[in-house]
Design a protein around this ligand. Structure first.
Ligand code: F6R
Length: 594
């Protein structure tokens, strides 16, 4: 999704600008642009396509090679198609102001209708309205840029993060945040402003996050933050993210590297959780409501099963994009919000509603310093390190690790219980799955020939099936749907044919025999079944077209070994089809719009 960067320094901001923009690429985007103040006017270069296209365009232009203040942006189209004109930054009629923006200005049409008689609009975006509105407020007001900026922001409706530079106040970056992330990072000389904490990893480990409704004015030697008339004092916080983990390290794609990191991620997550085991304390509650989006929601479904089975808790799970509209009674509830980024707009909005309704908030989150982590009463860190591939993999496994341990903790188990010991053995088993990647790759090449796939599983393997189907859709662009296997005969069985591949996730567990019957229903109708089974169970699934085996573990822990098989199946299918795996089309890493 869109990314903002702005740098103000006593050195050369251009040197930091392009590498930082490149580190925003992983979020997903379709165009990019940069703006600098040159000879009293704003110079903008913007381009549809990749940052490399922008860099070529910059090289052809007279864009300065040295500047102290710059802003840049990666755009993920919402208002208007991906194009050079719609790319950010946008400027006013006189080219004295440049604005980059994430989020949506909900009243942009109303503002545009008012401004259009006197202003020359050059794009279809909501963002351009901001530049013209500042221009109008400057003309109407005292000519003071800061007041015009403040006044303009107060007229905007929606959720947004904004950064602007201007020739009226050279050296300054003006920023505003309302329900979309924006942080100030400390540089050796000067400051960087960004909408994405991981993009700052190599250049700073100290940030000052902005809160909703705040305005920041950033200069090379200082910055001020204001909320209305009040000056805000806020200490910098450390971001504990590792540079090396944000590099590909010899793998073809980040996603591949991240899948192979999973054994270590599980170990790290277990160690971190156990080290705070005795300190973690929960307020009294009557029910647990789990909420999240996408892959994190699938982790939530597994969390529910574990909390119910191990801790005998009363648990509901809801998509955050649905929960927020439900008028639920949140009193006496513990809301567990799961998010890799900690910035997903729907998740943030639903937890705010829950908190207003009296809930206590537990955040299962990967990015410390993110909005979700700051708003939570209790933070359970997933410790997966930076995840760059858009498709979530290692963060899903780390979420499972935290949710499993949370179930043990709430179930009153001790940290030396046999379930903890079994979990400790799981990373070795994931490693065993990964060592058999070759056999998964050859099946994946066959999967790549299909246009449709079903993923089927029961009980703990149903959320795993949902996750496997999501991975295949997002990176290999193959239509995939997941069902609880027992639901097949109630409708989806009508789809089964030799053109349909059916992936059965059926490890040795309490529902294995039931799955065998469902497998037969599919193979008897010509469906091509790929059975993912526990080692030694291959004889039981005869009739399967292909069989993939996983190491034996406790039935409740099987998601840890079946998930990597499905991740690799999707990964190798997408690689065989030649897609850009780390940046799938239309998708964004951090979904900051509702
Ligand atoms: C899928 C994927 C998304 C995210 C979802 C929530 O591979 O990555 O479905 O899981 O957008 O994001 P977070 O976890 O950052 O809240």
């Amino acid at each position: 999704m869109c990314g903002i960067v702005g740098i103000t320094t006593n050195g050369n901001a251009i040197e930091i600008l392009f590498p930082t923009l490149q580190r925003l690429e992983y979020r997903g985007y379709d165009s990019a642009g940069v703006a600098v103040l040159a000879d009293g006017n704003i110079k903008i270069v913007k381009k549809q396509g990749k940052i490399s296209d922008l860099i070529s365009e910059v090289a052809k232009s007279n864009f300065p090679r040295y500047a102290k203040v710059v802003i840049g942006h990666t755009r993920w189209a919402t208002h208007g198609a991906p194009s050079d004109e719609n790319a950010h930054p946008h400027s006013d009629c006189k080219s004295k102001i440049a604005v980059v923006h994430n989020g949506i200005i909900e009243n942009y049409l109303e503002l545009k209708r008012r401004l259009i008689p006197k202003h020359n609009f050059r794009s279809e975006t909501d963002t351009e309205v901001i530049a013209h509105l500042i221009e109008e407020n400057l003309e109407l007001g005292s000519g003071d840029f800061e007041s015009a900026f403040l006044n303009s922001v107060s007229q905007l409706e929606g959720a947004f993060a904004i950064a602007a530079i201007t020739s009226y106040a050279s050296g300054k970056i003006m920023c505003a945040r309302r329900k979309a992330p924006l942080v100030i990072g400390m540089l050796n000389s000067g400051f960087v402003v960004s909408s994405d904490v991981p993009s700052l990893i190599p250049i700073t480990d100290k940030i000052v996050p902005l809160e909703d409704g705040e305005i920041a004015i950033i200069e090379p030697n200082n910055f001020t933050i204001r909320k209305g008339e009040v000056l805000v004092k806020r200490e910098a916080v450390s971001i504990a993210l590792d540079v090396q983990k944000a590099e590909k390290g010899g793998y073809k794609y980040f996603m591949q590297k991240e899948i192979f990191e999973q054994p270590k991620v599980v170990e790290d997550t277990i160690s971190a959780f156990l080290s705070q085991w005795d300190e973690i304390a929960f307020p009294p509650y009557k029910k647990i409501i789990v909420t999240a989006c996408g892959t994190s929601y699938h982790a939530g479904l597994l969390g529910k099963l574990w909390l119910e089975t191990i801790a005998k808790e009363n648990v509901e799970v809801d998509y955050a994009s649905e929960l927020r509209y439900k008028d639920k009674d949140f009193s006496d509830s513990l809301v567990v919000a799961i998010s890799q980024s900690g910035e997903t707009a729907d998740t943030l909005e639903s937890v705010r509603i829950a908190k207003e309704g009296g809930a206590k908030l537990v955040a299962v989150v990967n990015i410390l310093g993110s909005t979700l982590s700051r708003e939570a009463d209790i933070v359970l860190h997933t410790n997966a390190g930076p995840e760059i591939g858009v498709a979530a993999t290692k963060t899903f496994i780390s979420q499972l690790t935290v949710l499993f341990l949370l179930s043990l903790k709430l179930g009153g188990l001790r940290k030396d219980s046999h379930l903890v010991s079994e979990l400790r053995r799981i990373s070795e088993k994931i490693d065993k799955v990964l060592r058999k990647a070759d056999s998964i790759e050859s099946v994946a090449k066959e999967v790549a020939e299909f246009r449709n796939a079903l993923y089927l599983g029961r009980w703990v393997s149903f959320p795993v099936s949902l996750e496997g189907a999501l991975k295949l859709k997002e990176i290999a662009y193959i239509h995939a749907e997941a069902y609880p296997s027992g639901e097949m005969k109630h409708g989806p069985l009508a789809l089964v044919s030799p053109e349909m591949v059916a992936v059965f996730v059926m490890p040795k567990d309490r529902v294995f025999k039931k799955n065998i019957s469902n497998l037969k229903e599919v193979t008897a109708r010509g469906g091509k079944a790929i059975s993912v089974v526990t080692e030694g169970m291959d004889k039981e699934v005869e009739g399967s077209w292909r069989v993939l085996q996983t190491p034996e573990t406790l039935e409740i822990l099987t998601p840890f070994v079946t998930t990597p098989v499905l991740q690799l199946l999707a990964y190798y299918a997408a690689d065989y089809l030649g897609y850009n795996i780390d940046q799938p089309r239309n998708l964004a890493k951090s979904v900051t719009v509702e």
